[in-house]
Structure formats: structure tokens, C-alpha cells
Design a protein around this ligand. Structure first.
Ligand SMILES: *Cc1c(COP(=O)(O)O)cnc(C)c1O
Length: 215
């Protein structure tokens, strides 16, 4: 378990960038990790966890979260509309808002529930056909649409193309967020969270570097 290492890495990257480490939320991505690896991280005080799939989030955290104070689950993977209700029930934040149909469903559920998780709009900065996210050209319009729906958009999220320098993608996301008046930037994973922090990340999503490689 390398939680301390990554916490120190986050703090060091923040200081190097002249930023307050408290302005960066470390999301420990526990997807597909056995409970035996997750428990020590909880016991070490980590409270914010990321899950890709709603079903896995429910089956793991439904039982585990009540055993610890203040656990917060961030859903970071693609979200099907028919899972939106379950996602809202378990998640404190959703990082994969990426299409009008999902925005409309979340808005309807938010009205019904009188509450909504923090939302991040996922942007497909590399314009990859297999990847989720709104295209860069569509991001401003989509954010505006989400605001019309009264959705609490906290920021933007991206996953840069594998094998490319992520820095230009992080910069693109930061510029997009700035011109839309959004403070949140969910970017950076195990391999590039320090770069992401240097480029303005407010939320880093780190899995394998904390828990070890997934099966
Ligand atoms: C799995 C995943 C992560 C964490 O990836 P690591 O490389 O294990 O840190 C971050 N973000 C998303 C969207 C993921 O699916």
C-alpha cells in the first residue's frame, strides 16, 4: 500500500507548482481491487475513493462505507442512463457527464431527490473514437446546456490518449474550464498525476500507484 508515497507526491507536486496541497483532492481509485487492499487505505485515513462501475461501487461500498466516517465515492467511469439513479444514490461526485441524454436524466433525478452529486463534464481532448466524453468543440455548448438544466457542474475531466504527452491535453482542459468559469479540473492518474498538478489539476484519480496493479 503506497498511500503515503502518493500523498507526499501530491503535496510535493503542489508546492513545486506554487499551489496549496489542500486545493488538490486525491481520489483513490479502488476499482477492481480486492477488499484486502482497500481496507488498509481506509484505515490509513483515506476517505475519497473512485469507482468505474456503479454496480461495483454498490456492492463494495454499500457494506464498507458505513464502517468509516465520511467516505465519499466518486463515479469516474462511463455512466449508462439506466444506472443514473443508482449512481446518484451512492456517489458524491460523477466525473463522466458526457451527453445530453445523461444530463437530462440527472437533472430529472436531481429535482426528484432535491440533491445532486458534484458533476464533472468529461471531455474527449484527444478526439479518440473509442473514448467517452464530449468533443472539445462541443464542450462550451454542453456546459451551457447543463447549467440550463440547473446541474451543479463543478468542473471538467479528461483522460489523455495513452502514449501521448498528456501536458497539452491538461492545458486544453484548463483553458476550457477557465473560459467556462469552472474551478474543478479532474485530471491525472498514476502515471501522470504530478504533471496534471503542475497544469492545474484539482482532482487526481490514482489507482494502481496506491493499491498495486489490477488483475
Ligand atoms: C482506472 C482509472 C483511473 C486510475 O488509473 P491508474 O492508472 O490505476 O491510476 C483513473 N481514471 C479513470 C477514469 C479510470 O478509469
Amino acid at each position: 500500500m503506497s498511500l503515503d508515497l502518493i500523498r507526499n507526491g501530491v503535496a510535493a507536486a503542489a508546492r513545486k507548482a506554487g499551489r496549496d496541497p489542500a486545493g488538490i483532492t486525491l481520489i483513490a481509485v479502488s476499482k477492481m481491487q480486492p477488499e484486502a487492499r482497500v481496507l488498509p487505505v481506509l484505515q490509513a485515513g483515506q476517505r475519497v475513493f473512485g469507482e468505474n462501475r456503479v454496480q461495483e461501487a454498490q456492492s463494495r461500498w454499500g457494506a464498507l462505507a458505513p464502517r468509516f466516517d465520511g467516505v465519499r465515492i466518486h463515479v469516474i467511469g462511463p455512466l449508462q442512463t439506466n444506472k443514473a439513479r443508482a449512481a446518484m444514490e451512492i456517489a458524491h461526485a460523477i466525473h463522466s457527464l458526457d451527453r445530453p441524454k445523461l444530463a437530462e436524466t440527472l437533472a430529472r433525478l436531481a429535482q426528484e431527490r432535491g440533491a445532486c452529486p458534484e458533476l464533472f463534464v468529461q471531455v474527449n481532448t484527444g478526439r479518440e473514437s473509442q473514448k467517452a466524453g464530449v468533443l472539445p468543440d462541443e464542450a462550451d455548448g454542453f456546459v451551457a446546456r447543463c447549467r440550463e438544466l440547473d446541474l451543479p457542474v463543478a468542473g471538467l475531466m479528461c483522460i489523455p490518449p495513452a502514449g501521448e504527452d498528456p501536458a497539452p491535453h491538461f492545458d486544453m482542459l484548463r483553458e476550457m474550464a477557465a473560459r467556462n468559469g469552472l474551478a474543478g479540473l479532474s485530471m491525472g492518474m498514476s502515471g501522470d498525476y504530478e504533471t496534471a498538478i503542475a497544469h492545474g489539476a484539482t482532482h487526481v484519480r490514482v489507482g494502481s500507484a496506491i493499491f498495486g496493479a489490477r488483475d
